[in-house]
Design a protein around this ligand. Structure first.
Ligand code: FAD
Length: 443
């Protein structure tokens, strides 16, 4: 265990999160290597009256994984990844990033649904559900969980699986970091690649409406193996982008085909018929594609999202009006088709409501410094107001910041929230773990 306090050489690096807007100064950061360290850190916080935050990949845009004047339990030293090729499972330490996870499992031609960038933490992303390119084939990341080890607020080590502590195991499928400090997770893996058909296509803004309408009709009924998202972004000043599009707003489709490359080529034909100005879709290593759209750290961030049961033309217009009026060239706006294996989970099989939603809209504002804060946050909020008539009221919590109890309840639905609150009361009655999308312990 390493205790890192203000003034230490690595204090500033250790407290930094992906969102540069978050500048919290913890009293202590406990870099924990195992469950014993975690229990010791929790006991120390309790004895000294310090509030606690738990940190893994550091990608909480709301900064929930850090805390001013409190104790941060940093699980990043827990980096193991033990693949069982025959059983097609992997047990990973809670500090792994998805890039590290994918490299370890792809050595065996295996993978499971993980985040769309390589730098997010396996722990935080999975505990919140876990949306990624493979989700229409294999469900969300949490749907692939086989077991979780954690340390409770009282310092007790608990194993959760379908057989042991099944209620807690259920709660860990989307209920976030509410129940304890996770030290390891075991996932089911699937044969994939290592070469898959993946990449990006780009169209100029002027073709945005036609492309988005066609994409909407295509993606929602596309084969489950095709994971994709439509993204409004600014074309980068890269060689592969024609000069007249560099620095210009474009509509893009990112995709991965979780099956034979030849089959994938056939599946994406309708998108190619839309004649993209840039077509980078090709056979490539799955793990390589996973880091192809990594967002740069060091920017200010504000993220939000909504679920949709349908995305009519008026929703497309509202989506593009916002996508084309982003206030920063770093900002992006995603439209992600849900469905496939996400929708196949029985209602109540996990805490996450709205499994049957067809779409998620997800604007994320990213800008360079404090001067842009007001207008960039206003942009994302305005989108939510304008798209409101087309939402179903639900939300996927991993894609939003701190938007209050009402949104948390909307993400789970009343019945699941009530069950989560009972489990929270059993494992964390004092709400020690409140640096999360917080479930209030049932009285
Ligand atoms: C650039 C970027 C890309 C993203 N892409 C995706 C995506 O493709 N799909 C998706 O679903 N989400 C995505 N997200 C959202 C992301 O999944 C959440 O922000 C998630 O919480 C990040 O996990 P982390 O471990 O990196 O973050 P951290 O900031 O370290 O942790 C976030 C929260 O997770 C909990 N937590 C983390 N580790 C533990 C642990 N060991 N035990 C208990 N609780 C813990 C804590 O409550 C903590 O506050 C993205 C976010 C960013 C910034």
């Amino acid at each position: 265990m390493k205790w890192i306090t203000p003034g230490a050489e690595d204090y500033d690096d250790s407290r930094a999160l992906f969102n540069a807007m978050i500048d919290s100064r913890p009293a202590v950061i406990a870099a924990c290597s195992d469950a014993t360290d975690v229990a010791e850190a929790l006991a120390w916080a309790s004895a000294h009256g310090h509030a606690v935050a738990v940190r893994s990949g550091g990608h909480s845009v709301a900064g929930m994984s850090t805390i001013d004047d409190g104790l941060v339990i940093d699980v990043r030293p827990m980096k193991g990844a033990l693949v069982d090729r025959e059983a097609r499972t992997v047990t990973v330490g809670a500090g792994l990033t998805w890039g590290e996870f994918d490299r370890a499992t792809q050595q065996h031609g295996l993978a499971t649904t993980g985040g769309r960038v390589s730098t997010t933490g396996v722990s935080g992303l999975t505990l919140g559900g876990g949306s990624g390119w493979l989700e229409r084939s294999y469900g969300l990341a949490c749907d692939n969980l086989l077991a979780v080890d954690l340390v409770t607020a009282g310092g007790e080590r608990v194993h959760a699986s379908a057989e042991e502590n099944p209620d807690l195991f259920w709660a860990l499928h989307g209920g976030g970091g509410n129940f304890g400090v996770v030290t390891s997770l075991t996932f089911a893996l699937h044969e994939l690649g290592p070469l898959v058909l993946a990449g990006l296509m780009l169209w100029p803004e002027s073709e945005g409406r036609a492309v988005t309408l066609a994409y909407r009709d295509f993606a929602v009924d596309a084969p489950d193996a095709l994971g994709s998202a439509l993204i409004c972004l600014t074309a980068p000043p890269e060689e592969f982008v024609p000069e007249h599009l560099q620095g210009q707003p474009v509509v893009s489709v990112g995709l991965v085909y979780a099956g034979p490359v030849e089959e994938g080529i056939e599946a994406v034909r309708p998108l190619r018929e839309l004649q993209p100005a840039v077509d980078l879709v090709d056979a490539m290593g799955y793990a390589d594609f996973q880091c192809m759209i990594d967002d740069p750290p060091g920017l200010y961030n504000y993220w939000t999202a909504d679920y949709h049961d349908a995305f009519p033309d008026a929703a497309v217009d509202a989506f593009l009006a916002s996508g084309h009026s982003r206030r920063s060239e770093n900002s992006q706006q995603l439209l992600v088709p849900w469905g496939g294996a996400i929708a196949r989970g029985a209602d109540g099989a996990t805490p996450l409501a709205n499994r049957g939603a067809r779409w998620v809209s997800h604007p994320f504002a990213m800008w360079e410094g404090p001067e842009g804060t007001e207008e960039n946050i206003a942009w994302a909020r305005e989108f939510r107001r304008n798209i409101a008539p087309h939402t179903n009221g639900g939300v996927y919590l991993n894609f939003i910041g701190n938007e209050g109890q009402e949104r948390i309840r909307a993400a789970f639905g009343e019945e699941n929230y009530t069950r989560l609150a009972r489990i929270k009361a059993e494992f964390d009655p004092g709400n020690v773990f409140q640096g999360n999308q917080n479930i209030l312990p049932a009285p």
